[in-house]
Design a protein around this ligand. Structure first.
Ligand SMILES: *Cc1c(COP(=O)(O)O)cnc(C)c1O
Length: 379
């Protein structure tokens, strides 16, 4: 029986970077500044120059990053927040945690990202009272239509937040990178994200300096100029120094890994053509390829057969937000967002590993050919 191929490149990456990571972690243990140590500030500065953001504020995880962004922009009780239904649960969760009101929006069946026409229609259908926001997601690593989203947000006076938990490292055709495409961008350093640490971590990229200061304050209990002065209600959401030290080692090779992810995606596109519906990326755009997600009929059976062939896969996501038990009272139920509902039944994410060679890509393609056509093999 063949050994299974890994779903991510984390193992190969830690082998490659182990000496540098050990050295960086040892330095933190030696200096002892485990909270807000020098590596945190160094990481924030390096992330800012990496993606072209004016301010980067690290925090404890990608969910907190979203929550802090909403808090800093004054989104609260009763405010409208437009959010795609086909996303990870955290994007919707933070809205409800703050007492705001999620308005679930359809996604595009090809890009998986928020459908801007449907967004416009839902904005028009909502009473435009009080504060409001749009949180758009770069699902699976592909940037959403930020040019249009910025224009829509400006025209309707809505706060715009980019949930880039899956897309940090991605870039548009003109070279501008995720982190600098929206007024506020949040990301996650959860281990399996394109840039992941060895625990939880996150960051907020923000253009406006005043907003950046407010976010820095909210991150540490709403702290004022003096350490024990509390000027607003905040949270405790610092990034551990050890995680920052690990991310510094990983950031050295991150651009190279993004290029390798794109090369594997290109190879997959050649090998899998005709077997399933392939993800589409506009020419010149660099995706972070957090996931390589195809659409395929008879998905659950195909997934099971791939598992039997030792090819791990995942379903992101089996249920859209407007049908989640915890959130469905905020939506309009089955049939209200047909694209999101249909995608949930068809998506299948294949292994994405920037350390792969041709042999592993071929193996996934052969397994998918076998798994997708079992009747042909059974004859
Ligand atoms: C992972 C993820 C988050 C949450 O990040 P955590 O660091 O796990 O809190 C939010 N949004 C999206 C789209 C994600 O994929």
């Amino acid at each position: 029986m063949p050994t299974s191929v890994p779903f991510t490149g984390l193992q190969a990456q830690s082998q490659r970077l182990r000496a540098q990571i050990d050295e960086n972690v040892a330095r933190v243990i030696d200096h002892g500044k485990f909270i807000m140590g020098p590596e945190v500030a160094e990481l924030e500065a390096r992330l800012a120059s990496f993606c072209g953001a004016r301010n980067v504020i690290s925090c404890a995880n990608g969910t907190d990053a979203l929550q802090i962004a909403l808090m800093a922009t004054g989104i609260g009780a009763g405010d409208r927040v437009f959010v795609p239904s086909f996303t990870y649960t955290a994007t919707a969760e933070v809205i409800l945690l703050l007492g705001a009101r999620p308005v679930f929006v359809e996604v595009d069946p090809v890009s998986f990202n928020i459908d801007c026409d449907d967004l416009e229609a839902r904005i028009a259908a909502e009473p435009a009272s009080g504060n409001g926001a749009i949180i758009a997601v770069d699902l699976f690593g592909l940037p959403a239509d930020w040019e249009r989203l910025n224009e829509i947000a400006r025209r309707h006076d809505l706060v715009l937040i980019a949930d880039a938990a899956q897309s940090f490292g991605a870039a548009l055709a003109d070279g501008r990178m995720v982190g600098a495409l929206a007024p506020i961008t949040t990301t996650s350093f959860f281990p399996a994200k394109p840039l992941g640490c060895y625990g939880d971590g996150g960051a907020i990229m923000v253009e406006d300096d005043v907003l950046a200061e407010r976010i820095r304050s909210i991150r540490v209990h709403g702290q004022g100029k003096a350490k024990y002065e509390t000027v607003r209600v905040g949270v405790n959401s610092r990034l551990d120094t050890i995680q920052a030290a690990i991310l510094l080692a990983k950031l050295d090779v991150f651009a190279e890994e993004i290029a390798a992810r794109n090369a594997l995606a290109d190879r997959y596109a050649q090998l899998l053509d005709g077997l399933c519906e392939l993800p589409v990326k506009p020419a010149g755009v660099t995706s972070a390829w957090a996931q390589y997600t195809v659409k395929i009929g008879d998905r659950d059976a195909v997934q099971q057969r791939l598992g039997a062939l030792d090819v791990p896969t995942a379903v992101y996501y089996p249920l859209p937000m407007h049908l989640q038990p915890a959130y469905r009272s905020w939506g309009s139920g089955e049939g209200s967002l047909p694209v999101s509902e249909a995608l949930s039944g068809k998506v299948l994410s294949l292994p994405m590993n920037p350390y792969w060679q041709e042999a592993e890509a071929l193996r996934v393609a052969e397994a998918l050919a076998e798994a997708a056509a079992p009747s042909a093999l059974a004859v």
